[in-house]
Design a protein around this ligand. Structure first.
Ligand code: AMP
Ligand code: ZN
Length: 488
């Protein structure tokens, strides 16, 4: 274990606190995952990349991390006020597909995107539809404990009752009265008793597609409930870190805390981490505002706001250049600067191995290493960590130009620093441009050798070449015009 000097900004206390895990050597972390009704955009990707770095750093420090990130595949309505259609059902109706076809399509898309950005998969990725029983059980418990009531087949959380005994707005520190004033009054038809009450279970209308039987009739769970049920199932009633984008704090996370407290009398997480938003011209990137970028638009440059395409690692580097709690504005200039920075970093990594060693060093490498750790220990400050790594880049280039010197011990230290931080923690990687011309040239050479073997009736060799190529994904077709290949 690397000594733990980690400090985390905790939304719950609004202070930066020393990180003390509940169980020595272990960390339980829950992050709210995507709602899989459309392609995840770059704003979503920023949040998940930030937690990927947190996951990687905790693991690097020696913790055994159980990282749970859910997939919301039911129950997320269009409005936070328990109104509107289920986002997934709406898309399914629009496209005349099964809701699970929508879920499958966008879950795969999300995974592909995360893989392109070199994000590690979480330890567990539970789905809301896979945990209906747990959500029903939790609802029953909250009713038994007196914090929820039934109305017309739906179950609502009684915020007024809860807030008499608990601080409902503990996470954001807002005043309950202000919240009340900011919420519209209940209409005459409303089943809710109080205007801040929210649904734990919603009675399904006959046309509703995703519904399940429950003690209160056929319905579906409220969105906030899935995270309470799944986090406690896999991480216990109390765990270390809960995260998500900061837009989730006022409603989704506030309600999650209320549900867990009402069920098990425990605030589920000790440290609440919230990422700030990716913005476009200062406005939150969001699908509904029409200013979102999809990853493939970014890679190809095929978007009206882009001058050219940027590689996944350039984008990851761009994300890392801002602290996760600052806003990050998306723009061509910033991306071009990130592209240059990433290339400079990778070029230094390539040089590292071959730089000459001397008897002594002109730079203080142990201090450089300590500075990088200090930055990451200061609430995962990736931009400061990167600025210190760039001091390393400067040293590598200077030593390579024989303007400065590096001892063998320091070279070993610097190499380890770059390997640990650039690759393992920041999750950057080399991007080898696939050179199609070179592949084509190589394949034509191999096919010529095979044609030659065939001409000499050496079918053992020609078949071996065909079979071996097939094994690695090249399909060969012999035709009248010669032999061609396709890549599978
Ligand atoms: P959703 O799929 O809408 O539930 O969002 C998934 C995650 O992405 C949540 O943690 C959101 O807070 C986060 N998110 C949404 N928009 C942005 C944005 N523009 N910048 C950063 N994170 C975002
Ligand atoms: Zn959640």
């Amino acid at each position: 274990m690397i000594p733990n000097n980690l400090k985390i900004y905790n939304t719950l206390t609004r202070t930066t606190e020393k990180f003390e895990p509940l169980h020595t050597g272990h960390v339980g972390m829950y992050v709210c995952g995507p709602t899989v009704y459309s392609n995840a955009h770059l704003g979503n990707a920023r949040t998940f990349m930030s937690f990927d770095v947190i996951f990687r750093y905790l693991t690097h420090l020696g913790y055994k991390v159980r990282y749970v990130r859910n997939i919301t595949d039911a129950g997320h309505l269009e409005s936070d006020a328990d109104e509107g259609e289920d986002k997934i059902s709406k898309k399914a109706k629009l496209e005349q597909l099964e809701p699970m076809e929508i879920v499958q399509r966008y879950t795969i898309d999300f995974h592909n995107m995360m893989q392109l950005f070199n994000a590690l998969p979480p330890s567990i990725e539970p789905t809301a539809t896979g945990h209906i029983i747990e959500q029903i059980e939790m609802t029953k418990k909250i009713i038994d404990n007196g914090y929820a009531y039934e109305a017309e087949g739906s179950i609502y959380f009684d915020v007024e009752k809860f807030s008499k005994e608990h601080n409902y707005t503990i996470l954001t520190g807002r005043k309950l009265e202000d919240l009340m004033n900011g919420t519209r009054e209940l209409g005459g038809q409303d089943e809710k008793r109080g205007r801040l009450d929210f649904a734990l279970w919603i009675k399904a209308k006959p046309e509703h597609l995703m519904k399940w039987p429950s003690p209160w009739g056929v319905g579906f769970p409220g969105w906030h409930l899935e995270c309470s049920a799944m986090s406690s199932k896999y991480l216990g009633d109390q765990f270390d870190i809960h995260g998500g984008g900061m837009d989730l704090a006022p409603t989704h996370h506030t309600n999650e805390i209320a549900q867990n407290l009402a069920c098990s009398h425990k605030n589920p997480a000790r440290y609440w981490i919230h990422t700030n938003m990716l913005t476009v011209n200062g406005q939150k990137m969001s699908k509904s505002l029409g200013n979102s970028f999809l990853p493939h638009e970014l890679f190809t440059g095929n978007h009206k706001l882009l001058e050219k395409g940027y590689s996944p690692m350039t984008v990851r580097f761009f994300v890392l250049q801002a602290h996760y709690r600052s806003t990050l504005d998306f723009g061509n200039e910033a991306l071009q600067a990130a592209e240059k920075g990433f290339t400079r970093l990778m070029n230094a990594v390539k040089l590292m191995d071959g730089v000459p060693v001397s008897n002594s060093s002109t730079s203080d490498i142990p201090t450089l290493v300590a500075n990088v750790y200090a930055a990451m220990n200061d609430d995962f400050n990736t931009p400061i960590a990167l600025s210190h790594l760039f001091e390393g880049v400067r040293i590598i280039n200077s030593v390579n130009d024989k303007k400065e010197t590096l001892s063998q011990d320091d070279k070993t230290l610097l190499t380890k620093l770059f390997n640990d931080f650039v690759f393992d923690i920041l999750g950057l990687k080399e991007e080898n441009e696939v050179n199609t011309d070179k592949i084509d040239g190589l394949m034509n050479m191999i096919l010529d050798v095979r044609t030659d073997a065939k001409a000499k009736k050496d079918f053992t060799t020609s078949d071996l070449i065909r079979d071996k190529l097939k094994e690695i994904g090249f399909e060969i077709k012999d035709g009248k015009e010669g032999t061609s290949y396709t890549i599978n």
